[in-house]
Design a protein around this ligand. Structure first.
Ligand code: PBG
Length: 327
């Protein structure tokens, strides 16, 4: 005996009523803002494939990060664009590297905002791969050494959390061991646990100049066809000591977010990647969709699927809208 006794539309009559029965709420507390930091001074270079996003020099980044903090966003994620690249990505673990310098300055200028760093050498290698290359192969265990050093130099500089995104096996355990050994046992690790070999990273690779010079990333990033394998990746990372696990990209992988939510109790992050951002921006610019509404709908969906934290280039725009609501 459903209809006419039950009418689902009763609770949809009024916005205040809809607010009362709303199951999922997005707040600025959910958001992490990814930013690109580069060398030089007074630089704010637009990234053409990501309208509204820039490569920042540290002096201007400080202002952007302060604004982010004022909007109530708890954290930023830093990606470095160095002035030199080589085969082993040594600029990634230079104690005076671009990200290490940015951490020091941002922590002194905006101390309450959480700084998270991407730990992966692809922005620093001349071949663009996320690992050390030999005879066209990406070497796993050799790469772990680079990642240990990279995480350690970030910790030394004062970072609040490290986020390995390379997809080498055993990196979470290796970084955990390195951090513990060097006195950073309280430093959390957010691992990009289920990171797919996605075509949606293309705008980011333009921004970071990290398109692989040969081949692709399918020997280390996950096959988009696989969900059970994602759960194994997540389990292994939790076992190795990950404090937060990430699914990436977000919208095409909501099922993976939901299954991960059902499987583990650690917080889950989802990364709305560059391609997801740029598609919404582009369609908005064409007038084909309402950019702000689609932005909010996608972020809400990612949260509804089970993500606790969302990395998104829309963080500031979304926080502005959320801060205006209900006031
Ligand atoms: C690797 C890394 C990538 C992204 C985040 N970390 C690039 C890749 O795997 O090719 C992509 C993020 C995005 O597309 O927004 N350092």
């Amino acid at each position: 005996m459903a209809f006419p006794r039950h009418r689902m539309r009763r609770l949809r009559q009024h916005e205040s009523l809809r607010r009362l029965v709303r199951e999922t709420h997005l707040t600025p507390n959910d958001l992490i803002y990814p930013l690109f930091v580069t060398v030089g001074k007074n630089q704010k270079t637009p990234i053409s494939s990501m309208p509204g996003q820039y490569r920042w020099s540290i002096d201007l980044l400080v202002k952007e990060v302060a604004e982010t903090h004022q909007l109530g966003i708890p954290a930023v994620m830093l990606f470095g664009i160095p002035d030199r690249k080589d085969a082993r990505g040594t600029a990634a673990y230079d104690p005076k590297g671009i990200v290490q310098e940015a951490i020091r300055i941002l922590k002194s200028q905006v101390p309450d905002l959480l700084i998270i760093t991407d730990v992966c050498i692809d922005e620093y290698t001349d071949h663009g791969h996320c690992g050390v290359v030999q005879d066209g192969k990406i070497l796993n265990d050799e790469t772990l050494e680079c990642l240990r050093q990279m995480a350690w130099t970030h910790a030394e500089a004062g970072v609040d959390m490290v986020a390995p995104s390379d997809m080498m096996d055993g990196r979470v355990g290796a970084i955990r061991e390195e951090l513990d050994r060097s006195g950073f046992c309280d430093m959390p690790i957010m691992s990009y646990a289920a990171k797919y070999a996605s075509s949606l990273y293309a705008p980011f690779r333009e921004a970071a100049d990290s398109t692989p010079a040969f081949g692709d990333r399918r020997s280390y990033q996950m096959d988009p066809a696989n969900a059970r394998e994602a759960l194994r990746e997540v389990e292994l990372d939790v076992e190795e000591g990950a404090d937060i696990v990430m699914v990436k990209p977000a919208l095409p992988y909501l099922d993976v977010i939901a299954q991960t939510r059902a499987q583990v109790s650690v917080p889950i992050a989802a990364y709305q990647v560059s391609g997801e951002y740029s598609m919404i921006k582009a369609a908005g610019q064409q007038g084909w969709i309402d950019e702000s509404k689609v932005m909010m709908e996608t972020l809400l969906s990612i949260k509804r699927a089970g993500a606790d934290l969302i990395l998104t280039y829309f963080a500031k725009e979304a926080a502005q809208i959320l801060n205006r609501r209900y006031t």
